[in-house]
Design a protein. Structure first.
Length: 224
């Protein structure tokens, strides 16, 4: 059932009290995320820059024979989708050195404090699987998975980029360095993916949005 409640983004109590550095990080990241949301959403729809080479040559949508593979197993992680998915894009970002924080802690911090998301809009502060809400600009999404080291959302009818866009945020750590990999694919072509200018703009805009998210998480991870 669609969640019709439009909860204002608010601060979660997920951060431990009494730490000055953590409090400063929380306040800074919250302000940065909110102030950048409107501008970055505009960029995602209008930017016409040449897309980064990380998705050069990637098919813009799934073939008919691969849709079944995307429907089963992809919520377990991007690796489960290899061989069947035509990626819209797949970007990797560094979150910096956090040797005492696990990737699941960074994911939990994001899902328990969703105002950290650059375009969190009317979604609640804490999101869970099956939640439905509107991102900034009235773009409806459903939370497909949120647990372990991953978060996955899907666009619903009425979203600016069309229905059936799946976006997977996967967190990992290697030798204390944290990384975020954002992968996106679609069930079928949409009006946007049928248009080369819209496809280029949405990919370049997505790169900018998730770059802001990675920078926010790189700072807030100190408080995770």
């Amino acid at each position: 059932m669609r969640n019709t409640k439009r909860a204002r983004c608010r601060t979660s109590h997920g951060f431990p009290p009494g730490a000055a550095v953590r409090g400063a990080a929380r306040g800074f990241t919250r302000t940065a995320a909110r102030c950048s949301s409107a501008a970055l959403l505009t960029v995602s729809l209008a930017l016409g820059a040449v897309p980064p080479p990380s998705y050069a040559g990637t098919p813009a949508f799934l073939s008919a024979g691969s849709r079944g593979g995307a429907a089963e197993g992809c919520d377990e992680g991007p690796e489960a989708c290899h061989g069947g998915v035509g990626w819209l894009y797949r970007y990797s970002y560094s979150l910096g050195l956090h040797p005492f924080t696990g990737p699941q802690d960074v994911r939990r911090q994001l899902t328990d404090n969703f105002w950290l998301f650059p375009v969190s809009g009317a979604c609640p502060s804490r999101i869970r699987p099956a939640d439905e809400c509107d991102l900034l600009g009235g773009n409806p999404v459903r939370v497909e998975a949120a647990g372990g080291t991953g978060l996955q959302i899907a666009t619903l009818p009425g979203h600016a980029l069309g229905e059936g866009l799946h976006i997977r945020f996967a967190f990992s750590r290697t030798f204390g360095f944290h990384y975020l990999v954002v992968s996106a694919w679609q069930d079928r072509p949409t009006r946007c993916t049928k248009s080369a200018p819209c496809t280029v703009a949405s990919r370049a805009g997505a790169w900018a949005l998730w770059k802001v998210l990675s920078a926010t998480l790189a700072l807030s991870a100190y408080a995770a």
